[in-house]
Design a protein around this ligand. Structure first.
Ligand code: PLP
Length: 444
């Protein structure tokens, strides 16, 4: 089949956005974060032990637009921005659907996911503020990889605490992070008081994201030259990711695309926020009125579709501020699905507010169906999606099949948040027929 020339909508490097969009300016009734000890709304000074000043300002900002520093824009090019918007002609043909399917290619970053967009901004502001080391946690490993890579761009060090279960299961992540020159420790570790305490009490634990967050924060709080970096959930992370959605709007204008569906997966919410918040701004101002914006989550951690909207902690130990969000409870442990980036008990407060205010909808899918979608995408479009991205893809395919049944030529756009070349164990199980259906997780 001949692929038409308009299959890829590209932008030039000058079209990398000049401003991030802060949806906090446009969502009414946002509730402040609450200090875990005083139970008062957090003040900027409360964050100073672990975040640098520009990041704290962005976290609490209500400004609609924030300038992207020139140096960050230059370096976004090193992450292959702007990324193409591509049409999935071969998938459409296979499905025999009259729908058009487009996808935004965050898989084209050398890091393999969208996470570099915020890692870059965070490393820049910390380096500018005189910070010499960033600490962080990583579950599946994408975020630790992103921070390790960008730390070289700004001459800063990175220390990554990787959840022990993943550290043991994914040795290649350690190799990548070492290749970028960063430190990586299996968490719980002997490098922090909290890690040592957990190891004394539970020597056989496989760790958790909550424990790794506590270790990374402890190390940052102890040294004034060290700060902490987070890969999702918080407002400043959503902000930095909006380069994705601003590019998408330019690509829609260039190719005269009017989407009916905008779809992305949600773990902490950052690739979804980045992809859809600029679009939601336009929608709130009267454009794209007939479109639906859909967040897709795993059955194993369905915070939007089954969680409660209330204050909850970001970590398991209850050390972070309380955030008003959809949550399954901070003691919730999702079952061990391959889409590690979607295994989180809560949801970004901004994405949560958009959902509560009916600006977006949400669905959830079970693991085997998402991998089947990924295998189909590999065989039609040639790209092996990340297990997380397979959730958005599965929803896009379902919408395309609905269009086929109703003979409607709708336009479906989804965010391909990353590639799955480091997640092949899941594909192997899917091909063998041994991939388990995902039980909803458990509480402690
Ligand atoms: C981390 C990750 C996600 C989930 O995180 P969000 O903050 O919800 O975007 C999704 N896709 C990929 C490829 C990831 O690495």
């Amino acid at each position: 089949m001949a692929i038409p020339k308009d299959a890829r909508i590209t932008l030039s490097p000058e079209e990398i956005p000049k401003k991030w969009y802060n949806i906090a300016a446009d969502l009414p009734n946002l509730k402040p974060m609450i200090h875990p000890v005083t139970k008062e709304p957090v003040k900027p000074a409360d964050f100073e032990a672990i975040f640098c000043k520009p990041i704290i300002e962005q976290e609490l900002s209500k400004e609609r637009y924030i300038d992207i520093p020139e140096e960050v824009r230059d370096n976004l090019m090193a992450l292959n921005r702007p990324s193409p918007l591509q049409r999935a002609y071969r998938l459409e043909k296979y499905l025999k659907t009259p729908a058009k399917i487009f996808f935004k290619r965050e898989d084209m970053s050398p890091l393999g996911s969208h996470k570099g967009n915020t890692a870059l901004a965070q490393a820049y502001y910390n380096a500018e503020s005189g910070i010499h080391t960033l600490t962080t946690e990583t579950g599946a490993g994408q975020w630790g990889t992103a921070l390790a890579m960008v730390s070289n761009l700004f001459d800063i060090k990175a220390t990554v605490f990787m959840v022990k279960g993943s550290y043991d299961a994914k040795p290649l992540r350690k190799t990548i992070i070492h290749t970028y020159g960063a430190e990586i420790y299996s968490s719980p570790s002997q490098h922090t008081e909290f890690g040592k305490k957990i190891l004394r009490e539970h020597p056989d634990t496989s760790g958790s994201l909550g424990i790794a967050i506590s270790e990374a924060c402890e190390m940052a709080a102890k040294d004034p030259g060290t700060c902490y970096a987070l890969g999702s959930v918080m407002n400043h992370v959503m902000l930095h990711q909006t380069v994705i959605g601003e590019e998408v709007l330019k690509q829609f204008a260039q190719a005269e695309i009017e989407p009916d569906y905008m779809i992305a997966c949600v773990g902490g919410g950052s690739n979804f926020a980045g992809f859809t918040f600029p679009f939601l701004r336009e929608k709130m101002h009267g454009k794209f009125q007939n479109s639906e914006v859909i967040a897709v989550e795993p059955k194993a951690a369905p915070s939007l579709t089954t969680g409660e909207y209330r204050y909850d902690y970001g970590d398991t130990a209850g050390m972070t501020p309380l955030m008003y969000m959809y949550t399954l409870g901070s003691n919730f442990i999702p079952s061990a699905i391959h889409a590690g980036g979607l295994r989180y008990h809560g949801m970004s407060p901004l994405v949560s507010a958009a959902f509560d205010q009916h600006k977006i909808t949400a669905v959830s899918y079970d693991q085997p169906a998402t991998f089947d979608a990924g295998i189909l995408f590999a065989r039609t479009e040639g790209i092996i999606p990340a297990p997380e991205s397979c959730h958005a893809l599965k929803c896009a395919i379902d919408k395309a099949l609905e269009c086929k049944a109703k003979n409607e030529a709708k336009t479906i756009v989804f965010n391909l948040s990353g590639h799955g070349l480091l997640d092949l164990a899941g594909y192997e199980q899917a091909l063998d027929g041994t991939l388990p259906s995902s039980a909803v997780g458990d509480h402690y």
